[in-house]
Design a protein around this ligand. Structure first.
Ligand code: ARG
Length: 461
């Protein structure tokens, strides 16, 4: 069989059913450029150990460069009966350099240490792509926050009216989880950069090859300490899948808010036409599909992660073919994020906020009741009593269908002797927001500092 890397001990070739289940070229061919880089580095290590002459090495590197060019422009591709990317590439290399030279390359390595290394290289490259996309998203969030620095948002807990906050404070609250995701990617990349190459099938190599040569040529860190761990571990893949999932979940939380804000009932935002969709039957519709897809895809990302973890659970060391199942889920998570992030960023960057509507709703729902209680505390009332008094004031107003600033002076005293007319000073939205000057609070001075700090963190990544 043309591309087989094994077969010597077999009397018959693979059954069609085996070939079908075993085949992975439809998803692992994306690793071909990484496999070729690994092969070039491995050839260097073979030459350093005396298994390739200087001419062999020159010929091998030239052949691999030619192969890389053919892969890049589509002239080289997997054949129907190639089992995987490694088999296909060996066949294609032999087409170029002949079997005498091409047949030497596999010495001292296994597909097990190769695949473990290639997947790390692939993930590291996509981590860089995703990092760039996250930084663009943070730029968009920060820009919206700065443009609307004075705008008020009716802050919610339990989705119920809670306390007024700055819209910029809420938007920045969606930025910090992304900053942590960027930190996670950075921390993860240190672990992901360790190199399994040289571990062979599981036991290491007897040929005296130096795995540091391969690791450094591939731009990776130190070789892994244990060849069994190197060929079997996929925690690095699962951790990457987790980070992708967390990013999806973080986007899904802003998505949910945007979906609500975009309803007629809220009327807080209008999405740009370029980032909204229509209905095939209802002509009036303009839907927040990007936010919904972000919400939906976050479920898919969770599925990819849990599927991968389930594959790893209880799997004995060293390599088992189950490990081939690591790639499709994590590759899918990457594909989903890389298509989602630019759309999501565009939606956020072009979203129009209706700040007058938000300001109008901000005092509704007795959102300043906490300000009344805290004002009472400043007058020397203990908080338990202050909370009671403010609560009675809410009940008084609710029964009469009025807002907190509306009772007359006499009515205030009727509710409590502590409620002097001076309480009205805190019954404004701006007064409430700007009184929250404590660390991490929503006062404009704190939020401005926060945005400056956020900018410094963005620049740092
Ligand atoms: N295609 C396999 C994977 O993705 C790597 C090849 C290892 N195959 C083997 N029979 N040992 O994990």
């Amino acid at each position: 069989e043309a591309g087989a890397l094994w077969g010597g001990r077999f009397a018959s070739g693979p059954s069609p059913a085996l070939a079908a289940i075993s085949k992975s070229t439809h998803f692992d061919w994306v690793l071909a450029p990484y496999d070729i880089r690994g092969s070039k580095a491995h050839a260097t290590a073979l030459a350093a150990a005396g298994y390739l002459t200087a001419d062999d090495l020159t010929g091998m590197h030239a052949g691999l460069d030619e192969l890389a060019a053919r892969v890049a422009d589509g002239r080289a591709f997997p054949a129907e009966d190639d089992e995987d990317v490694h088999s296909a590439l060996e066949r294609l290399l032999i087409d170029i350099v002949g079997v005498q030279l091409g047949g030497k390359l596999r010495a001292g390595r296994s597909r097990n240490d190769q695949i473990a290394t290639l997947v790390r290289m692939f993930l590291l490259d996509h981590a860089a792509v995703i990092r760039g996309m996250l930084l663009d998203y943070l730029d968009a969030l920060e820009a919206q926050a700065r443009v609307h620095i004075g705008a008020i948002l009716p802050g919610r807990t339990h989705l119920q009216s809670a306390q007024p906050v700055l819209l910029a404070h809420q938007l920045a609250a969606h930025a910090w989880p992304i900053v942590r995701d960027l930190e996670r990617l950075r921390d993860w990349s240190v672990r992901a950069s360790a190199s399994p190459y040289g571990g062979g099938a599981l036991a290491g190599s007897s040929l005296g090859l130096d795995p540091r040569i391969v690791a450094s040529e591939l731009g990776l860190g130190d070789p892994l300490e244990n060849s069994i761990d190197g060929t079997s571990a996929r925690d690095v893949v699962a951790e990457f899948a987790y980070i992708c999932t967390q990013i999806g979940i973080d986007l899904s939380r802003l998505s949910e808010e945007i979906i609500l804000w975009n309803t007629k009932e809220f009327g807080f935002v209008t999405l740009h036409d370029g980032y909204s969709t229509g209905s095939s039957i209802m002509p009036q519709k303009k839907n927040p599909d990007i936010a919904e897809l972000a919400r939906g895809k976050s479920g898919r990302l969770i599925g990819n992660l849990t599927g991968l973890l389930a594959t790893l659970k209880g799997l004995p060391l060293a390599y088992n073919r189950d490990l081939q199942e690591d790639k499709e889920p994590v590759f899918d998570s990457i594909t989903q994020l890389e298509v989602l992030l630019p759309a999501f960023t565009g939606m956020v960057a072009t979203m129009t906020f209706h700040t007058e509507r938000m300001a109008e709703l901000a005092p509704k729902g007795f959102s300043l009741a906490t300000d009344v209680a805290e004002w009472l505390v400043k007058q020397g009332v203990i908080f338990r009593d202050a909370h009671e008094i403010s609560g009675e004031m809410v009940r008084y107003c609710e029964e009469r269908g009025i807002e907190l600033h509306e009772p007359s002076d006499a009515e205030l005293t009727e509710i409590s002797e502590h409620l002097t007319p001076a309480v009205r000073d805190v019954l404004t939205i701006e007064g409430s927001v700007n009184s929250r000057v404590g660390a991490g609070g929503t006062a404009r001075v704190r939020v401005t500092e926060q945005l400056d700090l956020l900018r410094r963190r963005i620049v740092e990544f």
